[in-house]
Write a protein that binds this ligand. Structure first.
Ligand code: ATP
Length: 241
């Protein structure tokens, strides 16, 4: 394991008014890996990602990215550092074409040739986006919008992607397809990924290292191989007895 994690949260607390959503979360993301945070509905997964990307300011704790303190920085400044957030529910620009959505993802870059190469690579990962390049993004299916949302983040050539519940609302077949491509992106491009998921089965198969979040606290962590074989995980998260 490398000495310095790409991302480090130390004792982070975030709240919505009086409601404490995360209560002292510490976690690390190693460069080149897929790290997952598992947890049921309302455990605080989305809040962790929003706190990292600067949408929510934490009440306590610190967040370091590439060795720099980014705690409570402006979201745009965090994006410029190479950290992209793919939110739950995708949020594509419905009235822009698929291609323009992808170009928007590259707005921080001035290396036009590399942007053009990345556009071709994204189309290679998700050929349907090339077929639909000229269509309004709002006309895509849910699964295609998820593909577009991931691809738009890739167009920034980020060091880290925060991926919020990519399986949400998708069929098992589409979920599997998207996870396979997320793993390929990680392996082929070396993009580090922090994935939050309710679908523990998919997440534990895709990721290297995992944390289990319950009521805003990390209750377990380990390599995904170890986690997959733990009785508690099998029973409560994988639905096995
Ligand atoms: P989900 O799978 O539903 O996204 P999650 O694990 O991502 O769940 P969060 O969305 O982070 O959980 O929510 C954590 C807690 O914070 C929950 O109790 C939730 O009700 C509460 N919460 C989330 N957003 C808000 C908000 N805008 N205002 C008040 N409470 C909120």
């Amino acid at each position: 394991t490398p000495a310095q994690p790409l991302l480090r949260l130390q004792n982070v607390e975030s709240a919505y008014g009086p409601i404490k959503a995360i209560r002292g979360v510490s976690l690390q993301v190693q460069p080149g890996e897929i790290t997952t945070v598992l947890g049921s509905n309302g455990a605080g997964k989305t809040t962790i990602l929003k706190t990292i990307s600067g949408i929510i300011d934490p009440r306590k704790g610190s967040i370091e990215f590439q060795g720099a303190d980014i705690t409570a920085q402006d979201p745009a400044a965090i994006v410029r550092r190479g950290l992209m957030h793919v939110p739950e529910g995708r949020e594509v620009f419905a009235l822009l074409s698929v291609r323009d959505n992808l170009i928007m993802g590259a707005y921080t870059r001035s290396d036009a040739d590399a942007v053009a190469r990345d556009l071709e690579q994204v189309y290679a990962y998700f050929p349907i986006l090339k077929e639909r390049a000229a269509q309004d993004a709002g006309l895509l299916s849910g699964g295609q919008q998820q593909m577009l949302s991931i691809s738009r983040a890739l167009m920034a050539n980020p060091a880290l992607i925060l991926l919020d519940e990519p399986s949400l609302g998708l069929s098992p077949r589409l979920t599997k397809e998207i996870f396979e491509i997320v793993v390929r992106i990680n392996r082929e491009r070396g993009t580090t990924i922090l994935l939050v998921e309710q679908n523990a089965n998919m997440a534990l198969n895709a990721a290297d290292y995992g944390y289990v979040l319950e009521n805003g606290r990390i209750v377990m962590e380990g390599s995904c191989e170890v986690l997959r074989n733990k009785d508690d995980i099998k029973e409560f998260y994988l639905g096995m007895k």
